[in-house]
Ligand binder design. Structure first.
Ligand code: NAD
Ligand code: MN
Length: 352
C-alpha cells in the first residue's frame, strides 16, 4: 500500500513522522505494508519555490495512493506575501474532499464525558475565498462571498447521517459510548442568513428525512446557542453537521472540552479518498521543542484507515491511544505531563 505524507510547516514536521512510525509499527497480522512518499506543501514551500501547493503534490496524491496524512501549514495573518494562500484549503477543493470529519471523545471515566463528531462541509461557505477590497461610501471596504449549494449541503448531511448510523452499529456491537440513540444536530444561523444558511438548513433537513435515516433523531441548533449548549452539556451531542466556517470554529471549541487541540484528529473525505489531518495548526509557539502532542495525528492515522475500510487496524490504534491516556504516565505538556513527542509515540507503539 502507498501512503503520501505532507508534513507542511511547524509541528507538522514533528507529528507526521510520529504518524508514520505508528503505521510502521502495526502488527503484521493486519497485512498493511505501507510504503511512504513525502510531498511538499506549505508556507516553507512557498518561500522556497513561489508556490504553496505544487501541482506535483496534487498529481501524486491523485495517482495510486491508498491514503494520505497532512500535518499543518503556517498561514501568516499579516503581511501576507502576494500569491500565497493556504494549500490545505486549496487541496480540499482540488480533490473534492467535501467532508471534514472531526471526532472529539474523552476516555472512559472522564469527569465530563464527551463523545461527538463534527461533520464540517469542506469546500464552500466563506472559504470559497472570493474577497475584494474597494472604496465604498464609508471608505475602504472589504467584502467576502459566502456560497452555499444545495448539492454540497445534501452531501454533507448524508455523510453525517451515515456516520450516525455507523456509530450506532458500533454501539449495537458492544462498543462503549455515552449515547443510546443516534442524533444529528444541524447547526446554522438561518434566523439572520435566511438564504445561505437557510439553504443549508433546508437541504440538511431534506437529506436526513430520507428513508435510510429514519432511525436517527434530527434536531437543529442556531450556531451561537450551539456553542453555549456545547459547553453546558457536551454529553448531549452525537453527530453535529455544520457549514464550513461554523464547523471549523466548533471543532476547536470542542477540543477544549477534552483538554487539548493536540488530541483531536480529522479526516478530509471525498468519494473514494481520505486524507487524515490533525485539527490543530503548525503551533509556532512550541515548534522545534520536541513536545508537540502526537495523538491528534495518531488518531488521524486511525481515521484514514477507517475510511480505507481498515476498521480493525483503526480500532487497534484508538485503544492503544486510550490506554496511554487512561494510564496518564506519559503525557505531553499540553496535558500537564512532561513527556516528549517521541516518548508518547513509543508508549503507544508498545501498546499496539
Ligand atoms: P494552533 O492550532 O497552531 O495552536 C493553538 C494552540 O494550541 C497553541 O498554543 C499550540 O501550542 C497548541 N497546540 C496545537 N497543537 C498542539 C499539539 N499537537 N500539541 C500541543 N499543543 C498544541 O493554532 P494557531 O496558533 O491559531 O495557528 C498557528 C498557525 O497554524 C497559523 O499559521 C495558522 O494559519 C496555522 N493553522 C493551520 C491549520 C492547518 O494547516 N490545517 C489549521 C489551523 C491553523
Ligand atoms: Mn481550524
Amino acid at each position: 500500500m502507498a501512503a503520501r505524507l505532507i508534513p507542511g510547516d511547524g509541528i507538522g514536521r514533528e507529528v507526521i513522522p510520529a504518524g508514520r512510525r505508528i503505521l510502521e509499527a502495526l502488527p503484521s497480522s493486519f497485512k498493511l505494508n505501507f510504503s511512504f512518499v513525502n510531498l511538499e506543501a506549505g508556507f516553507g514551500t512557498f518561500q522556497d519555490t513561489g508556490v504553496a501547493l505544487p501541482d506535483k503534490t496534487v498529481e501524486t496524491l491523485k495517482k495510486e495512493c491508498d491514503g494520505a496524512l497532512f500535518g499543518a501549514v503556517s498561514s501568516p495573518t499579516k503581511n501576507i506575501p502576494k500569491g500565497y494562500s493556504s494549500p490545505i484549503v486549496a487541496l480540499r477543493k482540488r480533490l473534492d474532499l467535501y467532508a471534514n470529519v472531526r471526532p472529539v471523545k474523552t476516555v472512559a471515566g472522564a469527569h465530563s464525558p464527551v463523545d461527538l463528531v463534527i461533520v464540517r462541509e469542506n469546500t464552500e461557505d466563506l472559504y470559497v475565498k472570493q474577497e475584494e477590497t474597494f472604496m465604498g461610501p464609508k471608505g475602504k471596504t472589504a467584502r467576502a462571498i459566502k456560497e452555499i449549494t444545495e448539492y454540497a449541503s445534501l452531501n454533507i448531511a448524508r455523510m453525517a447521517g451515515d456516520i450516525a448510523l455507523r456509530r450506532q452499529r458500533v454501539r449495537d456491537a458492544g462498543g462503549d459510548s455515552i449515547h443510546k440513540q443516534p442524533l444529528v444536530t444541524i447547526t446554522h444561523k438561518s434566523n439572520v442568513l435566511s438564504q445561505t444558511d437557510g439553504l443549508f438548513r433546508e437541504s440538511a433537513r431534506t437529506a436526513l428525512s430520507e428513508e435510510k435515516y429514519q432511525s436517527i433523531n434530527v434536531e437543529e441548533q442556531i450556531v451561537d446557542s450551539m456553542f453555549y449548549k456545547l459547553y453546558l452539556k457536551p454529553s448531549h451531542y452525537d453527530v453535529v453537521v455544520a457549514p464550513n466556517l461554523y464547523g471549523d470554529l466548533l471543532s476547536d471549541a470542542a477540543a477544549a472540552l477534552v483538554g487539548s487541540l493536540g488530541l483531536v484528529p480529522s479526516a478530509n473525505v471525498g468519494k473514494d479518498f481520505a486524507i487524515g489531518e490533525p485539527c490543530h495548526g503548525s503551533a509556532p509557539d512550541i515548534e522545534g521543542k520536541g513536545i508537540a502532542n502526537p495523538i491528534a495525528t495518531i488518531r488521524s492515522v486511525g481515521l484514514m484507515l477507517e475510511f480505507m475500510g481498515e476498521e480493525k487496524a483503526a480500532a487497534k490504534i484508538y485503544s492503544a491511544v486510550d490506554a496511554n491516556l487512561e494510564e496518564g504516565k506519559l503525557l505531553s505538556p499540553d496535558l500537564g505531563g512532561n513527556a516528549k513527542t517521541d516518548e508518547v509515540v513509543e508508549d503507544i507503539i508498545k501498546r499496539l
